[in-house]
Design a protein around this ligand. Structure first.
Ligand code: CTP
Length: 398
């Protein structure tokens, strides 16, 4: 999978840098082309000579020397993936705030390729609130964080914070960036975000959905080769993958029309939008003025998009719905699965910390038509999207 792939490996000043030697060796063995860039502190732990010998490339460390300037922009463009392993607290902090006092940071800030980091630190540093915040910022900027491992640490303590082993790092890179395009040739539609139901020209009824989960799913489907149409309600977000066709809508009715039309040619439909269940019966042509102590608004039921697709779907189409519940979660999720004729329901419970609206993370349980049930840990929404698409792939080729 890594054959011919260009990996730019950044090494920072941690005792775990000794593992970077094995990492380079394994990457080269897997057929990757590896260039190494080190921070000045990294040279205290491993020598550039070892790394240049193993990578068969000159090791870079300085922004410029007496007679040359390292082209950080071109290095970031050369790579298919920039991997920083080990990542120290110091470099993590600098990356998260955009500081740029060495070549590695300059490359990171100008890199157009995806970036992954493998943190390495002592347990207390790993659990420090600042470290957590910095990692969160990095993830929000699209950086993939390779989970640390538990074990003996340089301090002699035992706990979280050990850099992942080179084999785990390579597995992560393959899985994350070089996955086979298992949805090549498939067409998918995704609904996401809230809908706004207008009351008058200035007011609407809406909800707190950010659209993050649906946008992440659309990006993941596209990354795996599908041609994706994202039907997105009012949300500031945009898909990052260029193969996602974005169709913006405002109301439940517009989302319904767009989804029904696009579904005709779709193999996969993921309905993650928080569609308004009711919409004002009348939209006032002018701004509604304050006239009394109370105001009655008649609301009428919107069309249920998921249910409508379930009613027309053929046996080859795969339909995925979401359920956001506060109580009797499983019972309601299974009811939605049957009632709306979906193949899969992704449940997120508002009782779970870090799940649902607005969060960068989500904690889901997937229920499938054949009675299968999969519960997942709380994870960043990009990784949740990967779990959901993994199940979609399994079902579609079953
Ligand atoms: N959904 C939809 N169109 C609607 C309402 C909901 O497509 N008008 C979809 C959502 O995108 C989601 C699923 O239905 O995939 C579940 O939505 P939810 O509002 O939780 O379910 P309801 O059917 O409204 O059930 P209830 O109000 O009983 O929770």
């Amino acid at each position: 999978m890594l054959k011919g792939k260009k990996i730019l490996l950044g090494i920072t000043g941690s005792i775990a840098a000794y593992k970077a030697i094995m990492l380079v060796r394994e990457l080269v063995k897997a057929g990757a082309e590896v260039k190494v860039v080190m921070t000045p502190a990294a040279k205290d732990f491993v020598t550039p000579l070892t790394l240049s010998t193993l990578s068969k490339n000159v090791v870079l460390a300085d922004l410029f020397d007496a007679d040359s300037w390292a082209n950080h922009v071109m290095l970031g463009r050369w790579a298919d993936v920039m991997l920083i392993a080990p990542l120290t607290c110091n470099t993590l902090g600098k990356m998260s705030y955009g500081l740029c006092d060495n070549l590695l940071l300059a490359i990171y800030l100008s890199a157009t390729c995806p970036v992954a980091v493998a943190p390495a630190m002592d347990e207390d540093m790993w659990h420090h609130a600042t470290t957590k915040e910095n990692l969160k910022r990095l993830q929000a900027h699209g950086v993939a964080v390779i989970p640390v491992e538990k074990g003996e640490l340089a301090s002699g303590l035992f706990g979280d914070g050990r850099m992942a082993e080179p084999t785990s790092i390579i597995a992560f890179i393959e899985q994350h960036f070089f996955l086979e395009k298992d949805l090549q040739g498939k067409t998918a539609i995704v609904t996401a975000g809230p809908t706004y139901e207008p009351l008058d020209p200035v007011r609407f009824i809406g909800n707190h959905s950010s659209g993050k989960m649906g946008v992440a799913i659309a990006d993941e489907l596209a990354r795996r080769g599908a041609a994706v149409t994202l039907i997105l309600g009012p949300s500031a977000l945009k898909p990052t993958h260029s193969a996602v066709k974005l169709q913006k809508v405002q109301t439940a009715e517009q989302m319904y029309e767009a989804a029904l039309t696009a579904f005709e040619k779709a193999d996969i439909a993921v309905m993650s939008a928080a569609v308004a269940d009711y919409s004002p019966a009348l939209k006032a042509p002018e701004k509604i003025k304050k006239t009394g102590d109370s105001l009655q608004i008649e609301l009428i039921k919107t069309k249920d998009i998921l249910k409508s697709l379930g009613a027309v779907k053929n046996t080859k189409q795969l339909l995925v719905g979401f359920a956001l519940e506060t109580n009797n979660e499983k019972e309601y999720a299974l009811d939605k699965l049957n009632r709306k004729n979906a193949d899969m329901i992704v449940l997120n419970s508002l009782n779970d910390e870090g799940a649902g609206f607005g969060h960068d993370t989500n904690k889901i349980t997937i229920f499938e038509k054949e009675g299968k049930e999969f519960a997942y840990e709380r994870k960043p929404k990009q990784q949740v999207a990967r779990d959901i698409v993994d199940r979609i792939v399994k079902m579609i080729y079953a």
